[in-house]
Design a protein around this ligand. Structure first.
Ligand SMILES: Cc1cc2nc3c(=O)[nH]c(=O)nc-3n(C[C@H](O)[C@H](O)[C@H](O)COP(=O)(O)OP(=O)(O)OC[C@H]3O[C@@H](n4cnc5c(N)ncnc54)[C@H](O)[C@@H]3O)c2cc1C
Length: 333
């Protein structure tokens, strides 16, 4: 048995022991294809499924202490994991739902709670501020991490405070200590979000419902539904007057296919996957083809909105290789 296998076995024993001691479910044999909305992606060594904020805080502390790598996952609606074997622990937070607590205009919710569900709860409670987000799949934690937004609403603008895991404990940090940018919030790398309190505004439930329905019907009219996607694949470039979807559409790429991945014929910034054995490799190749064409034809470097999770870190280029690549690219233009 080689050294790497020895280390993995030692780690496996440690994961089992931590999960048993903290009374948390730990699963083997899962694949990202089962846990992400694109339905692609390879094997995961361990999936740990905490049910409470306290459990989740304790687990990541123990994993950190043992030097075991982990990543948090909500509903997997914004993640493209590659087809390789992922040798880390995935903390699946979608069971950490807790209960929504409403006190006046403050709404406290755990990170694993469904965002669409929360939008319905607060509409019924006559609270406005997130009705534009009603059609965004995923958990509250994923939405906070990405600063999810749609139809004039962004979660960051209504976040009073966020509960995070620190040293095994649940700690509250003020929402205004975070920079909430376009599809990005300034949380520290490796920060685990456990829950949040939102500050909403009282309004007539009928008006809130009407705005929520309007956002939903605009979404239905412009985006594929019932398909396997991760929402918009790329961000809109800051300096461009047209959105990325329109840009890709104007290049005639709607319906373009790479194996099991297709540029959605409905919305060109959506890549959808098809088939039982769809491959992340196909979605990535198609995405890179789009980026190359946009770079060549529009001179714009598209930035991924979807998170790419690699089984192995990408090899770093040294300075000479980078210079050579830049020279080659200039010559091609
Ligand atoms: C059909 C469709 C439409 C979409 N429309 C929109 C839209 O209009 N606007 C929009 O903003 N997004 C949209 N999305 C993208 C996605 O739904 C959002 O980004 C959503 O908020 C992600 O939530 P999630 O739980 O699925 O996160 P995941 O995909 O599971 O995770 C996303 C990122 O958040 C991190 N994360 C998740 N939970 C935690 C946590 N508790 N602590 C720390 N990090 C965490 C993950 O590590 C990962 O980096 C769409 C997706 C689909 C499939």
């Amino acid at each position: 048995m080689n050294e790497e296998q020895n280390k993995l076995e030692e780690r496996d024993r440690a994961v089992e022991e931590i999960a048993r001691r903290l009374g948390v479910q730990a699963e083997r044999g899962k694949r990202f294809a089962e846990l992400t909305s694109l339905r692609v992606g390879g094997a995961i060594d361990w999936v740990i499924v905490p049910e409470t904020e306290e459990q989740a805080a304790a687990i990541v502390h123990e994993l950190d202490q043992a030097g075991i790598g982990w990543r948090p996952l909500g509903s997997g609606s914004n993640v493209l994991a590659d087809d390789g074997d992922h040798h880390y622990v995935v903390l699946n937070l979608s069971n950490m739902k807790g209960e929504v607590r409403i006190e006046g205009e403050l709404v406290s919710v755990s990170a694993g709670y469904s965002l669409p569900r929360l939008c319905i709860d607060v509409w019924r409670g006559g609270l406005s501020g997130i009705e534009g987000l009603g059609g965004i799949p995923g958990t509250v934690g994923g939405a906070l991490w990405m600063n999810a937004g749609a139809y004039d609403h962004e979660i960051g603008t209504v976040t009073e405070n966020v509960r995070v895991a620190r040293e095994g404990k649940v700690v509250e940090i003020p929402g205004d200590s975070i920079e909430w940018n376009y599809r990005h919030a300034s949380f520290k790398e490796g920060e685990l979000l456990l829950g949040a309190t939102l500050r909403l505004k009282q309004d007539d439930p009928e008006l809130i419902k009407a705005r929520m329905d309007d956002a939903k019907s605009r979404r239905l009219a412009s985006q594929p539904h019932g398909s396997r996607s991760a929402g918009c694949f790329f961000k809109n470039p800051p300096a461009s007057t047209i959105g990325t979807g329109k840009m890709i559409d104007e290049m005639g790429m709607k319906g373009q296919r790479r194996g099991s991945a297709i540029v959605s014929p409905v919305h060109a910034n959506f890549i959808v996957t098809e088939g039982e054995n769809a491959r992340a490799e196909d979605a990535l190749a198609l995405a890179e083809e789009i980026r190359e064409r946009v770079k060549r034809e529009q001179g714009i470097e598209l930035e991924y909105e979807v998170e790419l999770w690699r089984a192995k870190p990408e090899p770093q280029m040294n300075a000479d290789e980078q210079t050579q690549m830049d020279t080659d690219q200039k010559q091609e233009q």
